[in-house]
Design a protein around this ligand. Structure first.
Ligand code: 2BA
Length: 109
């Protein structure tokens, strides 16, 4: 068994959630916040048999789009503060950031 952790954009989360149900894939949906943009996103936790991992990844891929977002004041690690941060920058966000983890045990009581 594997655990898939998928971070997706809020705009894609409803459709993805519906598709998980339609495909008989059990998922938990968490509200999360991106560390860079500090904007809301959605994290799904999916416990799934090894043989269905690729199927889950295909469902995620089919529902998540890449989008450009403009940030006015990106956070900086420049401690000298010499950089002018008032200009907008474009970042490409998503479709989905995915981690596939091994599971030692799965129990439900
Ligand atoms: P955020 O951290 O808000 O990042 C949003 C987008 O900003 C990223 O899109 C990336 O294009 C850009 N970005 C992030 N950190 C950056 C940096 N230090 N410098 C320049 N640009 C940067 P994605 O890569 O598609 O990530 C979307 C969201 O997925 C992230 O939101 C974060 O919540 C999560 N994520 C991405 N990589 C992760 C990782 N290695 N570990 C945990 N969460 C991750």
């Amino acid at each position: 068994m594997k655990m898939i952790v998928a971070i997706v954009q809020d705009q894609d989360s409803r459709r993805l959630s519906d598709d998980f149900v339609e495909h008989g894939m059990r998922a938990t949906k968490l509200s999360s916040t991106g560390g860079f943009l500090r904007a809301g996103n959605t994290t799904f936790i999916i416990g799934i048999e090894n043989r269905r991992v690729e199927e889950v990844l295909a469902v995620i891929k089919g529902n998540c789009s890449t989008r450009n977002q403009t940030v006015m004041n990106p956070p900086t690690y420049d401690l000298s503060m010499e950089t002018d941060l008032t200009y907008p920058i474009d970042v490409e966000v998503g479709g989905a950031t995915i981690f596939v983890l091994p599971i030692d045990q799965f129990k439900q009581f």
